[in-house]
Ligand binder design. Structure first.
Ligand code: NAP
Length: 334
C-alpha cells in the first residue's frame, strides 16, 4: 500500500480515501493486567505503508498518521546544524515517519524553516504536518496571524493539525474560534491542543462550534505515565488522538533492572530497548509518539519501533518495572 494522506475527508470504510478492506491488519494489542494501565489498550487498526511504517486512525479525524512521528524541538537554532537536521528529517520521511511535529516556538520559527527545507519537492499529501501557536499569541487575531506566519515559514498552504501549545491567558473560546476560522479558510485541517488536562479539554470542547477537537499532545514516557489514569481513557472515549512528547526521557540507565527488562523483551523480537519503549508508549489505539532525532542512527532506530506487538506478559512486566502513579497527579509538562 502506498503512503497517501491525500483526501481531506473520507468515505465510510476508507481511511484517507484508501480502501482498507484486505489491506489492514488488526493488531491484537494485549490488555494489560494492572489497574494503572487498564483502559489504555484496545485493538487498533494498523495500516502499513511499503516501508513497513505503521499508520493508524488519528482519533476520529478520518485520516491516518504515522504512529511514530518526528519532533523538531531545538532544531533550527543553529545554521551550522541545518544540513544535518534536514538530512535527519528527510531520512525519517524516507522511512515513513511522515507525521512531523513543529511549533512557532522552536528555534523561534527556525524549526519550521528546517521542516520547509525537508519537505521541499515532496508530495504534500503524503505528510501529516503539525504546528503550534504560543499561548501568548493565542488571541483570536493573534492565532490567525501566527498560523499564517507558520505557513509562510513552512512554505506550505495548509497545516494538517494546529495546536494551542499550552493553556494561557487568552479565553479558550477566542483561540478555538480562530482555529475554526482557519479550518473554514482551508489553512488548517484539524484543531488541537497540547498540555491540556481533562478539565481544560472539556472547556475547549465546550466552545468549539463546528469542529471536533482532534488531538491533545502531552508528555508521555516510561517515567511519566500519569496520563494513563484519566487522560488516555477520557480521550479515547471522545475520539481524541493523544500524541506523546519527550518519549525518550526517563529512559533507564545502563546496568539498571529496567534496561535489562527492555533488552530481554527486545531480544525476542529483534528490537532494541528504545524500540520496545516506543512500542509500549503507542500501545493505546489513540496513542502516537514523536521522538526528535538529529542523528541518523537514532532516526533509523525510532523508525524500527513498529512491526511487532508486545504480549500481555511483556506489557505487564514493563508496567511493573516503570510503574504509573497510583493516585491522580496534575498533568506533567516537559
Ligand atoms: P525526545 O524526543 O524524548 O528526546 C530527544 C533526544 O533523544 C535528542 O537528544 C535525541 O538525540 C535523542 N534520541 C532520539 N532518538 C534516540 C535514540 N533512538 N537513541 C538515543 N537517543 C535518541 O525529546 P523531545 O525533543 O523533548 O520530544 C520530542 C518532540 O516532542 C519535540 O522535539 C517536540 O516536537 C515535541 N515536544 C512538544 C512539547 C509540547 O509542549 N507540546 C514539549 C516538548 C516536546 P539526537 O537529536 O542527537 O538524535
Amino acid at each position: 500500500m502506498t503512503a497517501a494522506v491525500s483526501s481531506h475527508s473520507c468515505a465510510p470504510g476508507m481511511l484517507n480515501g484508501e480502501p482498507t478492506a484486505g489491506q489492514v491488519t488488526m493488531n491484537s494489542l494485549p490488555q494489560p493486567r494492572s489497574a494503572a494501565a487498564a483502559g489504555v489498550v484496545t485493538a487498533a487498526v494498523i495500516l502499513q505503508n511499503r516501508r513497513g511504517m505503521e499508520r493508524k486512525a488519528f482519533g476520529r479525524t478520518g485520516v491516518v498518521a504515522s504512529v511514530i512521528g518526528q519532533g523538531t524541538w531545538h532544531m533550527g537554532e543553529s545554521p551550522r546544524e541545518r544540513e544535518r537536521e534536514v538530512a535527519a528529517l528527510s531520512l525519517g520521511l524516507d522511512l515513513g515517519l511522515t507525521h512531523i511535529d513543529t511549533a512557532e516556538m522552536y528555534g523561534n520559527g527556525g524549526a519550521e524553516e528546517v521542516v520547509a527545507d525537508t519537505i521541499r519537492g515532496r508530495r504534500r499529501a503524503d505528510l501529516f504536518l503539525v504546528s503550534k501557536v504560543l499561548p501568548q499569541n493565542a488571541s483570536y487575531r493573534g492565532t490567525i496571524r501566527a498560523a499564517e506566519q507558520s505557513l509562510r515559514r513552512l512554505r506550505t498552504d495548509y497545516l494538517d493539525l494546529y495546536l494551542l501549545h499550552w493553556p494561557g491567558k487568552y479565553p479558550i473560546a477566542d483561540t478555538m474560534s480562530a482555529m475554526e476560522s482557519l479550518v473554514a479558510a482551508g489553512k488548517i485541517r484539524f484543531v488541537g491542543v497540547s498540555n491540556f488536562d481533562v478539565n481544560d479539554l472539556g472547556a475547549a470542547i465546550a466552545v468549539l462550534k463546528r469542529e471536533r477537537l482532534a488531538c491533545n499532545q502531552v508528555l508521555y514516557n516510561l517515567a511519566t505515565r500519569s496520563i494513563e489514569r484519566d487522560l488516555i481513557p477520557w480521550c479515547r472515549q471522545q475520539g481524541i488522538a493523544v500524541v506523546g512528547y519527550t518519549p525518550l526521557d526517563g529512559f533507564p540507565r545502563p546496568g539498571s533492572e529496567g534496561l535489562k527488562l527492555l533488552t530481554e523483551i527486545g531480544t525476542r523480537y529483534g528490537k532494541t530497548p528504545r524500540q520496545v519503549a516506543l512500542r509500549f508508549l503507542t500501545r493505546a489505539e489513540i496513542a502516537f509518539t514523536i521522538p526528535k532525532a538529529s542523528n541518523p542512527e537514532h532516526v533509523r532506530e525510532n523508525a524500527g519501533a513498529c512491526g511487532f506487538a508486545l504480549t500481555q506478559e511483556d506489557v505487564a512486566a514493563i508496567d511493573a518495572a516503570f510503574p504509573a502513579p497510583r493516585g491522580p497527579l496534575p498533568l506533567a509538562m516537559g
